[in-house]
Design a protein around this ligand. Structure first.
Ligand code: SF4
Length: 388
């Protein structure tokens, strides 16, 4: 049995919601300098065009905070309604100031309050508690502004930047990542702030997978049901970057975990979105377009699978949610396309059989006419829509 999606609270990122009752959201992050309003707007427009639902930008200084009203104004003029997330490191003051201009703030619990000194020391229980009280004190003005402006918060833990406090007690481990997030979660909960999303990123998909699993167990033990933002950080580019993200994000999605995802690529940010959509589609976590099932072909194949698949895709790839199988022969064909809605199966040299579900509805169609007949069959079964 396939695992069910983990039940979570719902978190509002402006008008958009994140959580188990919502579709899994796709997000990305600008590579532009936040003080360059023109570049940011151009990049936001490109992300908007490919359906990126949440857009994060870095806010490393007050000048970046000051750019946000101009960015928002230009988005409004262009009718772009995507929520913005401010990425904050090292500076609690910026986190407080930015709440007015964004729908969500991301902080790193490893560096939001703590300065990394790489000190090796034993913390007594009292010293550890004093540090947590210091964190709580610094969080209070942020919590106040998050509530005031209706902003959500992501506790974005990174494997590579845990605080000295956590490193000394838990080491550079997934347990340390989980504790790093829980320290902040407990403070937020104590002060009645529930609009929180969590992430546990690492450049190593195995560490990342382990950390998310442990976080869920730890949250369950404390009756916390916050949504998860999944991502493999610094995944790289091209094929390697895509595969790393697919392994990390895809594995967790298959376990029913994850409410929003970001595929990090060292490429133009808009390149991340089709990869994210494909991961969601492949794990059947969210359906964006037609699902194609095609065999790899072998010596038994009765037609040119590659060109025929391309031809069928060109005509039908807009049929969201429809599953079409393209199989080279009848040997494994019908069995392996079991959950497809329609099947296009080689029946003999130059001959194709068409299936509706498991039933063969037409045999030995000359291959030159078979793609057109497949389209007619989809139309007859009421699954066709004209391309936009
Ligand atoms: S379905 Fe037929 S043609 Fe395709 S790989 Fe299997 S045996 Fe080969």
């Amino acid at each position: 049995m396939l695992p069910k999606r983990r039940q979570t609270n719902t978190v509002s990122i402006g008008a958009l919601k994140i959580g188990s009752t919502e579709p899994i959201r796709i997000q990305s992050m600008l590579t532009s300098d936040t003080t360059d309003v023109e570049a940011c707007i151009a990049e936001i427009a490109r992300l908007d065009a490919v359906d990126c639902e949440i857009i994060r930008l870095t806010v490393p200084n007050q000048k970046s905070v000051d750019s946000l009203p101009a960015i928002r104004l230009e988005m409004e003029k262009r009718g772009i309604k995507r929520p913005l997330v401010a990425d904050i490191h090292f500076n609690p003051r910026l986190g407080i100031n930015v709440c007015e201009f964004v729908e969500k703030v991301r902080i790193n619990p490893g560096n939001f309050v703590d300065r990394k000194k790489f000190e090796i020391r034993e913390y007594t229980e009292q010293q550890y508690q004093e540090e947590l009280e210091r964190v709580e004190g610094k969080m209070l003005p942020l919590i106040k502004n998050l509530k005031k402006y209706g902003c959500a918060l992501r506790i974005g833990t990174n494997h590579g930047s845990l605080s000295d406090r956590v490193m000394n007690r838990f080491g550079d481990t997934s347990e340390g990542m989980v504790e790093s997030a829980l320290e902040y979660l407990r403070i937020l909960r104590k002060h009645d702030f529930e609009q929180t999303v969590l992430s546990m990123k690492s450049s190593n998909p195995l560490v990342m997978i382990q950390a998310y699993r442990q976080l869920v167990l730890a949250m369950d033990a404390e009756k916390m049901y916050y949504p998860l933002h999944l991502g493999v950080t610094e995944a790289g580019n091209e094929l390697d970057g895509r595969i790393k993200s697919t392994v990390g994000i895809g594995t967790l999605l298959c376990e029913g975990l994850g409410d929003t995802i970001r595929v990090s690529l060292t490429e133009a940010s808009e390149n991340e979105i089709p990869v994210a959509q494909s991961i969601l589609q492949s794990t059947r976590a969210r359906i964006y377009n037609t699902d194609f099932i095609s065999c790899p072909s072998c010596g038994r194949t009765f037609f040119d699978l590659e060109s025929t698949t391309a031809q069928i895709k060109a005509r039908t790839s807009h049929l969201k949610g429809v599953k079409i199988a393209i199989m080279g022969c009848v040997v494994n064909g019908p069995g392996e396309m079991a959950d497809a809605d329609f099947g296009y199966v080689g029946a003999g040299p130059g001959k194709i059989s068409l299936y509706h579900g498991q039933t063969c509805v037409e045999r030995n169609i000359p291959s030159a006419q078979a793609v057109a007949r497949l389209i007619e069959l989809i139309q007859e079964q009421g699954k066709w829509v004209d391309p936009a």
